[in-house]
Design a binder for this molecule. Sequence first.
Ligand SMILES: Cc1cc2nc3c(=O)[nH]c(=O)nc-3n(C[C@H](O)[C@H](O)[C@H](O)COP(=O)(O)OP(=O)(O)OC[C@H]3O[C@@H](n4cnc5c(N)ncnc54)[C@H](O)[C@@H]3O)c2cc1C
Length: 811
Amino acid sequence: MKSHTQVVVIGGGVVGCSVLYHLTKAGWRDVVLVERDQLTSGSTWHAAGGFHTLNGDPNVAKLQGYTIGLYDELEKISGQSCGLHRSGGLLLADTPARMEWLKMAHARARYLGLETALMDAREAKKLLPLLEEKYFVGAMLDAADGNLDPSGTTHAYAKSARIAGAEIYLQTRVEELKPRPDGTWDVITAKGNIHAEHVVNCGGLWAREVGRMVGLELPVLAMEHMYLVTEEMPEVVAFNKEKGHELPHAIDFKAEIYMRQERSGMVLGTYEKACVPWQPKITPWDFGTELLTPDLDRIAPSLEVGFKHFPAMAKAGIKRVINGPFTFSPDGNPLVGPVQGLRNFWCACAVMAGFSQGGGVGLALSQWMVNGDPGFDVWAMDIARFGEWATRSYTNEKVRENYSRRFSIRFPNEELPAARPQQTTSLYDLMIAQGAVMGDSWGLETPLWFAPKGVEPKDIVSFHRSNDFSHVKAECLGVRNGVGVTEIANFAKYEFTGPGAEAYLSRLMTNKMPRTGRLILTPMLNPAGKLIGDFTIAKVSDERFLMWGSSQAQKYHMRWFEKQLPADGSVRVRRYDMGLVGLSIAGPKARDVLQKLTDADVSAKAFKFLEHRSFDIANVPVMINRVTYTGDLGYEIWVAPEYQRRLYQEIMAAGKELGIVNFGMRALLSLRLEKNFPTWYRELRPIYGPFEAALDRFVDLGKNDFIGRDAAMKEKQEGGKLRRVSMIVEAGDADVLGDEPIWHGGKVVGWVTSGGYAHYVDKSMAQGYVPRELGGDVGNGAFEIEIIGDRRRATVITEPPFDPQAQRMRM
Ligand SMILES: Cc1cc2nc3c(=O)[nH]c(=O)nc-3n(C[C@H](O)[C@H](O)[C@H](O)COP(=O)(O)OP(=O)(O)OC[C@H]3O[C@@H](n4cnc5c(N)ncnc54)[C@H](O)[C@@H]3O)c2cc1C
């Protein structure tokens, strides 16, 4: 066994072996994998081995496509068969809503370059004669679906890694991980110690326990999962004989089952509602390759529906029932990447679909380790997307919710109830009392919209415009015609202090730092010149800066900020989290409200657009930014949490005679749309450059050197490949949601990032990316956007439909 190595990968399941292989592929050869028992001896060995590309996040879907395409390469390099069956798969819709969902998935597949086809139930039956046509309205065929041999595939990764120089130590449990001051690790095993520069947690069923070795409580939980394998079925034999190929895979969303052919019978697995976590507190180290006791009663409701939908299955004999555990994160996507607050400690765990995702996870993580960047947009599986609020019991509730909803539709306006409310501000009960419908924003309850008296404060979930439409409109009009107040506690807030703070921020950000008492808006780039942040920064004093950004990205950004801190201690960064909360007042009468609450001069002359001040409002010490995301006259007011309730009540009292309205996040997002403002993680993501995203005025290439400047300069000179555009859409009763394809000249040329109804200007709007050459095509209806299967005319606009001269913000 080596005593020193560049990387120790802990865990020899499919994920650990993929990470090991990809590290060698990325050029690191001095790498080892340490396995407690034998390869595959966690959840990998008893997997059903199915793979598919479908994922709610298009970027994860792309990485799944990569995984599935990789198997031929692995077989070639290793000489080891993966036991591939590329049979294709059918997703079966039992309701019109599910069919709409499939239409959207099909549309998305178009711009991802995936091969899918929609069909009615009759055509589906031709492909899969086992199904009873009357229970289905249609289906989508995904040509990339298939299944493989889990053990063969894991060994193919391992052999390929070994060929490239990696070493694998079996029967060697990692017992302890000790950090050294230089950021390297002593990996303590039963068979001796290894000094490693990096450690990767691919512990699968024990990922939580490996995390605990370094003081982490990872949001990961194992669930029991059952599938049946039938005896030979005459219907299957007959099909194979007649067609000369296997039956396709199938997912029956109504029955919550998946199925595929296995020899001359079928495999049938369930994601049952009455799901059960496995070892919710500690996974025993001596758990071996044993199976759990099956509990057919638990999956009986799914089987009952399944047997009705596939009558031949009801007659088939059951050869065996597998019940095994595998792990999930609270949202079902993997936990990948470096862990904020630790040096050289990486995770690749909670991979619930190892044979669809393992390759993509290995590729992204290896590039991240070797090049400092995953090379893709991996936000949907970045471990940084969960905050401290994702505790063990939170994870337990959310994982159970996610598992039991695995085959349920998540509507765009659907807020899931498990583990809520997790965090609330002091305004929570006041908001609820005023009819607020709350949403979860990075673990915090945040008002989405307000139901007026007599209206039930509840969303009717739909892909179409829903019951909130007229109420959100009223909130938008209330702001634009008078004044509104909204809670913005969910924004991320940071403080940078110290003699080096200004130079540090200037090196990280594309814009010039503000003068004292002023604000700037600025993107942040990675070395490749892609967008990794978008912030508002205030200079409070020479050695103190405040910064606001996207709530979801707080750990993601802290990880980057910490990585860039100078070693001399001249800069300190802190995340306020709920230590600083806020309210925003906006609209042409916002100043009148503010002036009633303070003796400070807040006139247009004394307190200008993009200025930052600290004074008292209604006895409450606050910090105020003269800016709002509504694009209107407005203020963001920041206070310590103990003052927030008083502040809100005073604002409401002062605003009463001016007709002040509450407005929620949905109105805020509508208001920003008619200003063409982008949003983080929709329009602004690490796959776009700042000029592609039309952020030109926030990038100062002439100031000091900053991270990503050379790449940004190149992008500017060459123009970039894409262009962010805003469009007016001739929509019906459904607006864009994001991820719809954009058509031009009969071809799919781009994709929608976000959109909706811009209530004040009374237009359906979309933002998205198209090739640069087409970004300037402002011809009436030159583009089309596919909304739930219908191609709708869309026209690019060059100016925001509301206040194009930006006078309202400056008034
Ligand atoms: C019944 C069932 C059916 C499934 N069907 C499918 C399917 O059809 N398609 C699909 O894609 N996925 C399926 N899965 C899920 C799939 O099995 C997992 O996604 C996959 O196994 C995850 O692999 P992993 O490497 O992350 O974890 P694991 O396989 O659990 O591997 C972790 C490894 O780490 C080792 N380890 C842990 N701690 C230490 C330590 N301290 N020191 C040394 N070694 C350590 C363990 O021994 C283990 O070998 C199924 C799972 C089950 C249970």
